[in-house]
Design a protein around this ligand. Structure first.
Ligand SMILES: [Zn+2]
Length: 72
């Protein structure tokens, strides 16, 4: 059984669409460029990056990517 106590800090329990049940997922935050970056001035560079949250099902390995971290 999965309990909150067994989770690492970067793990969450959420429903996996592939497993069709709640499983443990590893959470990664990936900073990705939203442009190819070649023509971005240094002072604008932070606006060309967007954090994506990637959760990986530890049962089946399926990755779910959210384009932006939600502000709600
Ligand atoms: Zn899964």
């Amino acid at each position: 059984m999965t309990s909150e106590r067994d989770l690492s800090r970067n793990e969450v329990v959420r429903r996996c669409e592939r497993c069709e049940t709640e499983t443990r997922h590893e959470v990664r935050i990936s900073i990705e460029r939203t442009t190819d970056g070649e023509d971005v001035a240094p002072q604008n560079e932070k606006y060309a990056r967007s954090p994506s949250r990637i959760t990986v099902c530890l049962a089946c390995g399926s990755e779910t990517r959210q384009r932006r971290v939600q502000h709600d």
